[in-house]
Design a binder for this molecule. Structure first.
Ligand SMILES: *[C@@H]1O[C@H](CO)[C@@H](O)[C@H](O)[C@H]1NC(C)=O
Ligand SMILES: *[C@@H]1O[C@H](CO)[C@@H](O)[C@H](O)[C@H]1NC(C)=O
Ligand SMILES: *[C@@H]1O[C@H](CO)[C@@H](O)[C@H](O)[C@H]1NC(C)=O
Length: 168
């Protein structure tokens, strides 16, 4: 008797979730005016990874009539800037690129960061003190007088400077 075996091959295709680490230093940080964007699932996913500061110094200034924080790509001046690393999916990355008018206004480049602390425990959490890379929205195009502005180590829209961020 001939038996016919039915071979069922089930391919379980896991969608490849591609994530990108983003360093935020301005209005997207926790407690800042645009943080809600990162919390909104409609825009995609963003998972907090760690607090960090830049390895190199950069001028973080507040400029324009809207009091927008800008990290100027003038390495070696300014301060080691504090911020937060988030792991975002492709949908959120696309959303943030549009939000940051990248590449028209900002450029998204890799930056070296020293991890300050993470939530701990997670297998993907980098260790305190380790050096990692993440993408940052920085700007190359700026008014020359921005270089004379006060630089900040850690941006806070609600700080003593009184330069509250606002949209048009
Ligand atoms: C989330 O974003 C969508 C699309 O931009 C918007 O329609 C919705 O109101 C937002 N939800 C919250 C809670 O902000
Ligand atoms: C700064 O500009 C240089 C030269 O274009 C580029 O290689 C680097 O990635 C930029 N860094 C940041 C943080 O934008
Ligand atoms: C991370 O390291 C810094 C400097 O060594 C230390 O001050 C800080 O307490 C550490 N944070 C954690 C969460 O271990």
């Amino acid at each position: 008797m001939k038996g016919f075996g039915l071979l069922v091959i089930i391919f379980i295709v896991f969608p490849a979730v591609h994530t990108t680490d983003i360093f935020v230093y301005g209005t997207l940080k926790e407690g800042q005016p645009n943080h809600f964007i990162m919390k909104n699932d409609t825009n995609g996913q963003a998972e907090f990874v760690a607090h960090a500061r830049t390895v190199d110094r950069y001028p973080l200034v507040i400029a324009t009539k809207n009091n927008i924080p800008f990290l100027l790509n003038v390495s070696g001046t300014g301060q080691r800037v504090h911020g937060e690393i988030y792991r975002v999916d492709e949908k959120m990355l696309k959303f943030l690129d549009e939000f940051e008018s990248c590449p028209q206004m900002y450029q998204r480049k890799l930056i070296r960061l020293e991890v300050q602390d993470g939530p701990g425990g997670g297998e993907h959490t980098p260790k305190n003190g380790s050096i990692v890379e993440a993408f940052v929205y920085s700007t190359k195009t700026y008014e020359p007088e921005w270089l004379q502005k006060t630089t900040y180590e850690s941006y806070n829209s609600y700080g003593d400077h009184g330069l509250l961020y606002h949209e048009d």
